[in-house]
Design a protein around this ligand. Structure first.
Ligand code: ATP
Length: 594
């Protein structure tokens, strides 16, 4: 699909409106020419003594209005004609601009909707490897570049084509020789524009990439500001920013230099053209082969086409920018969305999970999980223990269907995971992430976000079970307190407890806590676990944890090492072996925190 086709697709639903906008631009161009034609007829044939000549409609109009005898006595009539043609031209230009803006705004809104919808359904793997700042730029400023091109520039192409066509028709009809003198600017400026456009395309892309790199860096820096400050990395980060900023300046400066050269050279070209018409036209006027009215018509004509033809360069440059932006947008739209299997199974689950020979590779050839085999019965509490990077998060991510295993099979209640309706499956798994994410909404809405038709009482109870109720009611606005940038700043442990309450409220048969209790102090941890056990007695609970007290209460403990399941069994069984679990037990019994 070429770029114009992509833009054409984007304009679905607005093409007719846009076509009418270009048509009105054409009418505007035609009426733009009536003013110099009326002026020429007035100077040569009303004030002067030449016979009416040139466009038939002008001859007809002047004759119908009484011809030379009448009009020379009433010069205000050609005056009104002049003003009227300028007025009609203005109305067409206004309508054209209005319709083009309406069509482009509508197309841009639809494109943004489509992009956002598409992004929501792209696989986790895509989101994990893409830079957020870059995605943000594609969804906002790239869409805006295309919008501006449609609203302001593309209609200019129509304007230039209509103006040049009308000017060729009119000038060649009025004076062929002078028309040959006046017109070289059209091919010259067009060729200069095309060469320039070809040259500038790659510079625009580099400038966009440099801007995206800068945005990504600022976003990353602001997100991780605590780490930056804690490790005294301000100087290093500032250095990185300066380097990227300098790169952006350098690339943009090169672009500006190209622009300056283009405008300057086409300026010289244009003025030379006007000078040629004035010199040759004046000479021929002195010799009597060109009338004063014709000379005025030609000079106005050159001025009239100069601007749109020179603008062609700008239009083509903006077209280059819009094409680059459209390509970057299309790169997102071309990504295959995750298959959600909406026709898949939606059965009530009890939470029995089975892994058979499961392996996972994020990057081909680098296994993160290898040959995992285990069975979890419904209602069991499962502890997962393992060194950092051993694959615990990856394992629970597989259960929520974030990634598909590279080998082996996973089933819940005997149904292979891939046979479920994926959206439905995810609602059966409540996951509390290691780093909980809260929306910039009220605490109440944050807790109720995963549940449908939830009552306030249920939200309060879940918050009580997550040991956060008291802290919430202590806030001035209680549960209606907004969190995030414009609300209160919650501590890490408070955030986690809100996320735990959210998971508890969701009533899913499988509850997964990815190291999310470890930020709580031992006492709160114990209280929360007690509440979970009480609430979730019939649910399967998976707890990634390094706390022995948590693991000791599990029915089953899975011990991971380098992506492999090296031990599994009840805590009592594991204590009989000399493995990671019993070593942890020994260390924590000696009071050493691991
Ligand atoms: N989206 C991803 N793409 C590529 N590699 C990944 C991705 N997520 C995790 N990994 C890699 O997979 C390995 C296992 O990571 P995982 O987060 O599952 O371990 P973990 O045991 O949960 O670690 P931790 O206890 O530190 O949270 C790591 O080497 C990590 O770099």
């Amino acid at each position: 699909m070429n770029n114009l086709q992509k833009i054409w697709n984007m304009m679905k639903g607005y093409r007719l409106m846009y076509g009418v906008a270009i048509l009105f631009m054409g009418f505007g161009a035609i009426f733009a020419y009536y003013s110099p034609l009326i002026l020429r007829a007035t100077i040569d044939s009303v004030i002067g003594t030449e016979a009416f000549s040139g466009r038939r409609e002008i001859i007809w109009l002047f004759t119908a209005l009484g011809g030379r005898e009448v009009l020379s006595q009433r010069l205000w009539i050609p005056g009104i004609l002049l003003v009227s043609s300028a007025l009609v031209q203005g109305i067409f230009v206004f309508l054209s601009g209005y319709l083009a803006a309406k069509a482009s705004e509508g197309s841009a809104r639809d494109l943004r909707n489509r992009l956002y919808h598409h992004l929501q359904y792209l696989p986790f793997a895509y989101h994990a490897r893409s830079e957020k700042g870059d995605l943000l730029q594609r969804c906002t400023s790239d869409v805006d570049t295309v919008r501006k091109f449609l609203a302001l520039q593309l209609v200019q192409v129509g304007n230039a084509i209509f103006l040049v066509t009308v000017s060729l028709v009119v000038t060649f009809q009025v004076h062929v020789e002078l028309a040959w003198v006046a017109m070289p600017i059209i091919p010259l400026a067009t060729v200069a524009s095309i060469l320039f456009f070809g040259k500038i395309q790659s510079s625009f892309r580099r400038s966009d990439e440099a801007e995206a790199a800068l945005t990504s860096m600022v976003q990353e820096h602001l997100t991780g500001i605590r780490v930056v400050r804690a490790f005294g990395r301000e100087g290093y980060e500032y250095g990185r920013f300066r380097a990227l900023n300098e790169d952006y300046r350098r690339v943009t400066m090169r672009l500006i230099q190209w622009f300056a050269a283009f405008w300057a050279s086409t300026d010289i070209m244009s003025l030379t053209q006007v000078l040629a018409v004035i010199c040759v036209g004046t000479l021929w006027a002195v010799q009597g082969t060109v009338t004063i009215g014709t000379l005025i018509l030609f000079v106005s004509s050159v001025w009239m086409i100069l601007w749109p033809v020179r603008q062609m360069g700008r239009v083509l440059v903006d077209m280059g920018k819009a094409f680059v932006a459209m390509e970057r947008i299309q790169e997102i739209l071309d990504q295959e969305p995750e298959s959600m299997n909406p026709q898949g199974i939606r059965q009530k689950l009890t939470g029995a999970i089975e892994f058979k020979g499961v392996s996972l590779e994020y990057e081909p050839g680098s296994p993160v999980l290898q040959d995992l085999n285990f069975t979890i019965e419904s209602g069991q509490t499962v502890g997962i223990l393992g060194h950092t990077g051993s694959g615990k998060t990856s394992l629970v991510g597989l259960i929520a269907g974030f990634y598909a295993p590279t080998q082996g099979s996973i089933s819940i209640d005997g149904v292979p995971l891939q046979d479920f309706d994926k959206a439905w499956l995810r609602r059966q798994v409540s996951l509390v992430l290691q780093e909980p994410f809260l929306y910039a909404k009220t605490i109440k809405r944050n807790i109720g976000v995963g549940a449908r038709n939830i009552s306030e009482v249920e939200i309060f109870e879940a918050a009580r079970d997550a040991s956060i109720h008291q802290s919430i009611v202590d806030f001035e606005a209680g549960y209606d307190t907004p969190v995030g940038e414009r609300g209160v700043t919650l501590s890490g442990g408070q955030k986690q407890r809100v996320a735990i309450a959210r998971a508890l409220v969701a009533q899913a048969p499988i509850l997964i806590f990815d190291d999310s209790l470890s930020a709580l102090d031992t006492e709160t941890d114990r209280a929360v676990q007690e509440a979970i056990r009480k609430r979730a007695s019939d649910r399967t609970v998976m707890l990634i944890s390094h706390r022995l007290s948590t693991l000791m209460k599990a029915d089953l403990v899975l011990v991971m090492e380098n992506g492999r399941l090296v031990e599994q069994g009840s805590p009592a069984q594991l204590l009989e072996h000399d493995g990671l679990f019993s070593r942890l037990h020994a260390l924590q019994n000696q009071g050493i925190e691991v």
